[in-house]
Every structure is written in structure tokens, then in C-alpha cells.
Ligand binder design. Sequence first.
Ligand SMILES: Cc1ncc(COP(=O)(O)O)c(C=O)c1O
Length: 473
Amino acid sequence: MMDPAELMASLEHELKPYRGQPDVPAYARLPADGLDRAEVENQITSLAGTEESRWREGYASGAVYHGDPEHIAFLNRVYAVQSQSNPLHPDLWPSATKYEAEVVSMTARMLGSEHASADLPIVGTVNSGGTESIMLAMRTYRDYARERRGIAAPEIVAPVTAHAAFDKASRYFDMPLVRVEVGADFTADVAAMAAAITDRTAVVVGSAPDFPHGMIDPIPQIAALAAERGIGCHVDACLGGFILPWAERLGYQIPAFDFRLAAVTSMSADTHKYGYAAKGSSVVLYRGSELRQFQFYKTTDWPGGLYLSPTFAGSRPGALSATAWAAMVSIGESGYTDAASRILRTGAEIKAGVAAIAGLAVLGDPLWVIAFAADPADPDVDIYQVMENMSKRGWSLNGLQRPAAVHLAVTLRHTQPGVADRFLADLRSSVDEVRANPETRTGLAPVYGMAGALPAEVVSDLLGVYLDIMFEV
Ligand SMILES: Cc1ncc(COP(=O)(O)O)c(C=O)c1O
């Protein structure tokens, strides 16, 4: 095994590729006099140009979900006219409030709000991303459970596959997270979740689908558990919120996962993923205004005045809400359905193609986030080295663990002609290369290999070092 410190040093170059390049000046302090704007723009455009082709040509898992030049230019124009907008000042920018209210309403409607009763309408807020949506919801449940249910130390029950944001919420808000194993099909084990619920449980969680394996948890059964126990049920549809409603319309058999289920009390859905907005927005939804009130922050005695804010931030980028609104109204139901159709067809093609590669096995039976591992019958294939060989071929895939696996989240970028074929051809040759060099471990492969073998605290310290490096000039 490689020395961990040595390994981090080798990763430093990957993280800071521009360091020391004479044509890429670095600024550890303010320039004495401001640079010419044209020069600044040049520097930024030049680095963006270096980085663009990978995501543009579909080498990334997730990351850029739409990416058509015309769509991006449209969002950029919207951003440009709204760049000063801040919903903290609704008197100055009532337009921001209009866009946000409509983004919430359109998202809610897409996720079954018309089935809600009049006294518990589906309401929500716009915020900065999936993580914030989840953290807001968890903190809301904590405070609701304390105040309305008398639970002193409220807990979250979630499958191990639920996003890391639930763990982050757990740590930030001092709210124990009870993680429950998933079944052999990589979806939540409902019996195990039922067993994990106690008098302290504030909320149970299901994903539609989950980040690691793209599998949709049995939401109707999870919601039924919540109804039985009188607790909250959060459906994380950050990934699927803007795909699954249209998949159903296209004839895919998908059990109800949204507010059509009376026991689903909140959802997260990301406008900045398959909603095709600019990066930095998401929607969190609640059943009933009373629950949402627990998310809001209000202070009445501050010398700075009466202060109120719906989410974690104070000032917020109204321009990003405007791009979410612009994406949604310009794409419309037919546009989202068409996009979902292309993504789901490409997902099916990639799933079948991966399954046909000797030495690899697809995990579960996903629709468009396709996770694969080494075939247990084929011990020569180290899946992390396969991922590394894919990186050498330009691909940016997601490494998974427990079990060791890799995934590709299919986006519109992969629906471009030839991209799925290129992915599968590169994957085949990456596996062949691993077989031909069974001892070779390069790049991130040993990091992942090591993460599985080292104590958790050591791995956590290494991740801390990695974050330190990120903020070094
Ligand atoms: C299912 C799921 N939930 C939550 C998130 C977190 O979203 P974000 O990265 O926007 O904070 C992701 C991100 O990929 C996700 O896939």
C-alpha cells in the first residue's frame, strides 16, 4: 500500500493543474492596481475553454445536465439582466419573488400537488441546491418534532444509500441519523426501516432515485410506515424529480413516489440538475404551510430591524431563481418529456451495454443512473482501476463504495450521437487493460482501495487534507 501522505501529494497535481503555469498568473493577494477588464476576461475565458470540452462532449457523469450551447446562452442572458437581484429585498425585486413562487408552484404541480387537500396545500421554497433542500427539511422536522411532538432528541431514519446530505444535516443539527441497510436489489429494506423507527423518529427518508445506484426506494411502503407511526416522510427526488413524472407519461412503470401519496410530507427536487437551470438552485416542498413555518427564520428584536429569511442564506442570488424559472417555462412539459425520453433510452442502452461486458455487473435494475461493479466471479477486475483507466480516456465517473463500484449518471450530454457507444467502447478497453496489467494501480484507484482498508478516522483526516489543498493558491 502507498504511503497516504505521498498519495495526497500525487493528487495535488490533479487538483491544482494550473499551478506554476507561466500563462496562468496566481493571485495570493490583491493586485496593487486592478487589472484591465479585458485581461481578466481573457484569463477566465481561457481556463473555461480548457475545461469545457470534457463536459460538453459528454465525458462527465451528471455535473452538466443539459449543456446545449443555445440553452446555456439563454440562461446566461437571463442571469445577466438579473445579476443584481436579491430576494432579501422584495421591495426592490418583486420579480424575484414572483419567479420563486412560480418555480415552487410548477415543481409542486409536477410532483402531484393537485392531489393535496385544500387545508394542507403543497408549499415550498427555492434554495441553493439539493444539499440545502435536504438540510432545510431535516432541520424543519427536528424543530417540528421538538415543538409539536415533544421529542427532545429527534432522529432521522434513512437507507444507507440516501445522500450524504442527510448525514451532513445530522451532524450540523445534532440529530442522530439511523442508517438502514438496503436489500439485494439496492432499494430500502422496508422491514428494516420499520424496525429502526422509535419514539424518537422525526422523519423517514426514501430516494427517488438514490445517488449511488440510481434505484427508486419503495416509496409507497415507506410512506405507509410514516402514516402508521404518525411521523414525517421525506422523498429525496433531487435526481428524479424532473425525470420520473415524465417517465410515467412515457409509459415507464413507476410506483407513486410523490405527493399523490398522502403520507409524503416533504420532497426535494433539483432545478439545477434535470430541471436544466444554471447551477445553484433547488426546491424543497412541504405538505402544509404549518410545516414550512418551521423552516422560516424570523427575528423581531434585532437593532438591524425586523429580519426574516426563508432558507439558510441571507442575501440570495435572485438571478439563479430567474434562470430556474426561465428554464422551466422555456422547456415546458413537452420539453421535459422529450428530454426524459432521450435520457431513459440512453440509460437503457448503457445499462445493457455494461451488462454485456465480461467482468462487469450492473448493480440493481436502474433507469438512468447506472452503477456497475466487478463481476464477483471475475477477481481480476479491480473496478477502481477500471474507473482510473476511464479517467485516462477523459471520463469523469463517480467512484462508489460498500460495495466497490462506479456509476455514470446519464444526462442530455450522453444522448448526443455516438457518446453512449464511445462510453461502452472505452469501458471495454479499460476492463481489457486491467486484465492485461493485473498489478497496476494508478491515480485514484489506490485511494479508493485504501479507503476501504484504512480506519475511518484516517480516511477522514486525508479528506481534510484534500480540502485544505483545495484552498491553497
Ligand atoms: C439523490 C440526491 N440527493 C441530493 C443530492 C445533493 O445535491 P447537491 O449536490 O445539489 O447539493 C444529490 C446530488 O447528486 C443527489 O443525487
